[in-house]
Design a protein around this ligand. Structure first.
Ligand code: LGS
Length: 448
């Protein structure tokens, strides 16, 4: 077949999870509480009162989960480390059992030939640090760098791919501006400060890595292209503001040492003057960028929607996922081409991509039919292949997610897994999408 799809020879096929979403046992064996522990236990924050107390019980079932990964044929597994499991108060003493859990997980993965891709921070900040201001305290750059150093020193002999932060935009927007995520603040003045300190912490950790690490380190960002809803200047400006806010706010400082001009326009009087030397710290050489992609937004000017003054317009003919996000694979290729053109074609990994759809109950014989999820993966993988053909340097792909898990404020109501989890029995069942993905991996994409 002359037009069979073939990915580059060393293309890495993986799946992703994060600590609070799957581990459970958040306070076990001397771990300290995180802000997600507190947030989840404050009524009204998570749908149906769900918490991460048990989640997928991965903390106690990691051996079984690694066996599942092996069954699917994963070549890489992206997971995050719970900072407060390792350092119960966020600083100082290291909890040997907590760090030992990750040490053992890494060994288990390597024993199955699966490459560990470690994210140091996927939103579960130690509560003690939040009590000292969390991301609003400039000292957090040092706190994070100290924690990062502990992890590098312990695992860099075996972990060859590191990411500092997962989606700093979401932390700043959901955690400090809209309050839908921990720590649940609603404050237009805090959001840019949190974002800036996230960037400083990222830079400080990368600096430490250059001292003690031998492999690769990068930053994971969520990108979502913004298309104007009409030709009007107002809508085009709205899309441009949304684009700067979501896509440029973190990558421009990391690559260029400055924020997009439009950030001032977005935040108005809430946009501070930043010390020039901060950008030296923020702009560290990176080995890759991790891109999380789910959807696009078609954007219309809306002066009352602060701070961006834009809202998304629903597309009547499109397919939407269970979380209400439009399925739009072209947005992924557009985004990857944009990153390559703007930032000098850096090495990229797609660190998350996937969808929540309604899944039927596990059928007789243990199958879960999820054709919409398969269709989603197929479209997005084809879009990635297309841009690789054009020279965009995409080196790997991780499906979000390996397991159905705690989808933050949605609780367990939204299932993103390629593996179904019965949360009453903890039984795992491969969905059809997992079998499909296994074929994709086995054929290096030819089955697409
Ligand atoms: O589970 C999270 C996934 C699911 O969807 C994961 O922990 C995060 O890293 C990541 O944010 N995830 C995710 N993001 C999709 C964001 C789409 C926002 C669209 C909003 C339109 C109204």
């Amino acid at each position: 077949m002359s037009n069979a799809i073939e990915f580059p020879k060393n293309f890495l096929w993986g799946a992703s999870t994060s600590a609070y979403q799957i581990e459970g046992s958040p306070l076990a064996d001397g771990a300290g509480p995180s802000i997600w522990q507190r947030f989840a236990h404050s009524p009204g924050n998570i749908r149906d009162g769900d918490t991460g107390d048990v989640a997928c019980d991965h903390y106690r079932r990691s051996a079984q989960d690694v066996a599942l990964m092996r069954e699917i044929g994963l070549q890489a597994y992206r997971f995050s480390i719970s900072w407060s499991r390792v350092m119960p108060s966020g600083r100082g003493a290291v909890n040997p059992v907590g760090i030992g859990f990750y040490d053992e997980l890494v060994d288990r993965l390597l024993a199955q030939g699966i490459k560990p891709m470690v994210t140091l921070f996927h939103w579960d900040l130690p509560e003690t640090l939040d009590n000292q201001g969390g991301w609003l305290n400039r000292d957090i750059a040092d706190w994070f760098a100290d924690y990062a150093r502990v992890m590098f020193e312990r695992l860099d002999d075996r972990v060859t791919s590191w990411a500092t932060l997962n989606e700093p935009w979401v932390v700043s927007d959901g955690g400090y501006l809209n309050g839908t995520l921990a720590p649940g603040h609603h404050n237009r003045f805090e959001a840019p400060i949190a974002a800036h300190n996230l960037l400083r912490a990222h830079g400080a950790a990368v600096k430490v890595y250059r001292e003690v690490g031998k492999h690769e380190i990068g930053l994971v960002v969520n990108l979502e292209p913004k298309y104007p809803a009409s030709e009007s200047a107002a809508d085009q400006q709205a899309a441009a503001r949304g684009h700067a806010y979501m896509n440029g706010q973190f990558l421009d400082p990391v690559f260029f040492g400055r924020y997009p001009e439009k950030m001032k326009d977005v935040y108005g009087d809430a946009w501070p003057e930043w010390p020039a030397e901060d950008f030296e710290l923020i702009r560290q050489r990176l080995d890759f960028i991790g891109v999380n992609y789910y959807t696009r937004s078609v954007t219309r000017d809306e002066p009352s929607a602060l701070p961006v003054r834009a809202v998304a317009v629903r597309q009547p003919l499109a397919t939407y996922t269970e979380t209400g996000w439009e399925v739009y694979a072209r947005g992924l290729s557009d985004t990857l081409e944009w990153v390559a053109a703007r930032y000098g074609n850096p090495p990229l990994y797609i660190t998350e991509n996937g969808a929540a759809f309604f899944d039927p109950p596990v059928a007789e014989g243990g199958r879960v039919h999820d054709p919409l999820r398969i269709d989603y993966y197929q479209k997005h993988l084809r879009a990635i292949h297309e841009v690789i053909q054009k020279g965009v340097d995409v080196r790997g792909y991780c499906a979000w997610s390996l397991l159905d898990n705690l989808e933050w404020a949605h609780g367990f109501s939204k299932r993103f897994g390629i593996v179904h989890v019965n949360f009453a029995t903890q039984e795992r069942t491969l969905k059809d999408s997992a079998y499909f993905y296994r074929e994709v991996i086995a054929t290096n994409g030819a089955v697409l």
